[in-house]
Write a protein that binds this ligand. Structure first.
Ligand SMILES: NC(=O)C1=CN([C@@H]2O[C@H](COP(=O)(O)OP(=O)(O)OC[C@H]3O[C@@H](n4cnc5c(N)ncnc54)[C@H](O)[C@@H]3O)[C@@H](O)[C@H]2O)[C@H](O)CC1
Ligand code: K
Length: 517
């Protein structure tokens, strides 16, 4: 499912109007009607049906005027409040304003303190508020009178249906521009905006309903939009169908280089997650002294004990064996719980130099790359890197705040620069491909911010690549499954006590729920 920013939706609007000759006022009519549907659903069982529509000076306000006209026609009492002088309204919004003016709709102009008092009184006796102040055209901090208006709407505790975006949320990044309407429901028009799904905006939208307003699919296709929301359907499409006459070899061999003294748990979580995601076979090199622990915990994996240079750390002393296993594998991962050491840096250098197999680089492998940037030049296989913002900061030298405010750009630039897939983890994990492809994930919950959660994700990505899914798609599908598994776990144990191992246990159920098998 495509996601756009304000510039892209503006361009799409222009293509629909100028190239496909769909009059803008038709789109506005469709937008208004889509909102009317939702308003009617909401007030259906209410005795008091009075609807307040608060309109701004742009096309979002124009949509609001259309809503007013249709509600009036259906006998619903409506009151329209306008946040400025109607003389300043132009274009299609102006036409729709003129119509409701002719129809003698009860229109109020919001100016001055006394007027605001009246506004809050009238709101009190209403049933529902439609927020049509700003949509994708919001430009700057909301202040003055409109800030007061939004404050009154939020304090009213009334049901609020926002048109396109809750007013005050920036369409491009979901930031709050001074203040924003807290909506019960947001009717999103034509395509999702980044502001609808990125935090904090996502916390303001309430229930999100995406409505078609008649922009031709062809116009959307012509734009070759690069930002996608990961959906159930995408996961269904990419998860391999398991045929009857297959064997474990069909589903790939994964090789996970992980764990060291004190951090065997990370390795176990990654390995179990890879197997729970469907990988056919899994091997893990184990420092000799840790072999008993690993064998005891990992029933289904094959552990390969290796001589250790330093106690509890896999080094390069048996690099030939490691290279051979890499060559026999379909997917490799390195880093979870590996520990920071010179041995790991050397091991990683050797691994990168000797393999062209897809490789997932996580945790301590990312630290090694951050400490020795020249190793990044060695990546010639299809690599997936899974940093959180702290690791991304170390890899790029950028400030964490900057990364958090520019997650898509940062992930995408890095992916393009190093020709890798980047999974920038967080509340809305961003998966970026080397050709500018972007996937955003919306599954998951705060309970998943717990030790080992990332190790599970690495295992899922590796397990999916092993089954033949291309690294970019595997990463996108994996973050979705990871989040969905976390959501199932949270349903059972809540968010506080959720452990990474709870996520692993839910992987098969999440896949079954999404894929249907
Ligand atoms: N998707 C589509 O193709 C369609 C969308 N429609 C609706 O149109 C809005 C976008 O309309 P636009 O006129 O570009 O912008 P807005 O109405 O969101 O706001 C612009 C309006 O507000 C003023 N303004 C901006 N920021 C501030 C501020 N901080 N304080 C005060 N005033 C501000 C600005 O000067 C303008 O006057 C989209 O979201 C949909 O709802 C169409 O109806 C159908 C086609
Ligand atoms: K709005």
């Amino acid at each position: 499912m495509k996601v756009v920013n304000s510039e892209q939706i503006k361009q799409l609007d222009r293509i629909a109007i100028d190239e496909f000759l769909i009059p803008g006022i038709v789109l506005m009519e469709n937008a208004g009607l889509a909102v009317v549907d939702e308003v009617l659903k909401s007030i259906k069982d209410k005795e008091n049906k009075e609807v307040i529509i608060v309109c701004g000076m742009g096309n979002n306000g124009g949509d609001g005027f259309v809503v007013a006209r249709h509600l009036l026609n259906k006998g619903i009492p409506v009151k329209v409040f306008i946040t400025g002088n109607p003389a300043d309204i132009s274009g299609d919004a102006r036409k729709n304003y003129n119509i409701i003016h002719k129809l003698n709709v009860d229109i109020h102009i919001l100016v001055g303190v006394n007027n605001l008092k009246k506004f809050s009184e009238i709101i009190k006796s209403s049933s529902l508020i439609v927020d049509a102040i700003f949509g994708t055209g919001l430009k700057r901090e909301v202040d003055g009178l409109i800030k007061e208006v939004i404050h009154i709407i939020n304090n009213s505790k009334k049901e609020v249906i926002a048109i396109d975006l809750p007013s005050g949320i920036c369409a491009d990044d979901g930031s709050v521009c001074g203040i924003a309407v807290r909506a019960t429901k947001t009717v999103v028009l034509a395509l999702l905006k980044l502001g609808n799904i990125n935090y904090p905006g996502a916390d303001y939208v309430g229930e999100m309903i995406l409505k078609d307003i008649g922009i031709p699919n062809k116009a959307v296709e012509d734009m070759s939009l690069n930002i996608n929301l990961i959906t159930n359907n995408m996961v269904k499409e990419y998860m391999p169908v398991r045929k009857r006459d297959t064997h474990k070899g069909t589903y790939g061999k994964a090789y996970i280089v992980a764990g060291s003294t004190g951090m065997t748990g990370a390795a176990i979580l990654s390995c179990e997650a890879a197997l729970r995601s469907g990988a056919g076979l899994l091997k893990i090199p184990v420092p000799q002294s840790l072999n008993t622990i690993m064998e005891t915990r990992l029933t289904e994996a094959i552990t390969v004990p290796l001589p250790e240079f330093r106690k509890g750390v896999v080094g390069i002393s048996d690099i030939e064996k490691i290279i051979k296993t890499m060559e026999e594998s379909d997917a490799i991962a390195v880093g979870p719980g590996s520990g920071r050491s010179r041995e790991l840096e050397e091991l990683l250098r050797n691994m990168l130099e000797h393999t062209s197999k897809p490789i997932v680089l996580d945790a301590d492998a990312l630290n090694a790359l951050a400490d020795r940037k020249e190793l990044l030049e060695l990546i010639r296989s299809k690599a997936v890197m899974t940093p959180h913002e702290g690791e991304m900061a170390r890899l790029t030298g950028l400030e964490i705040d900057y990364i958090n405010n520019n997650r898509i750009e940062v992930a995408s630039e890095f992916a393009k620069k190093w020709n890798v897939v980047v999974v920038l983890k967080g509340a809305r994990t961003v998966v970026a491909g080397p050709k500018g492809e972007i996937y955003i994930n919306t599954t998951g919950n705060p309970g998943m911010a717990t030790a080992g959660s990332g190790d599970v994700l690495t295992g899922i990505i590796t397990g999916l690549i092993a089954q033949g899914i291309k690294p970019l798609n595997a990463a996108a599908v994996a973050v979705y499954i990871h989040g969905a598994s976390g959501d199932l776990a949270a349903q059972k144990v809540g968010e506080y006590g959720l452990l990474a191992s709870d996520i692993v246990k839910e992987i098969p159920f999440a896949i079954k729920e999404i894929v249907g098998r």
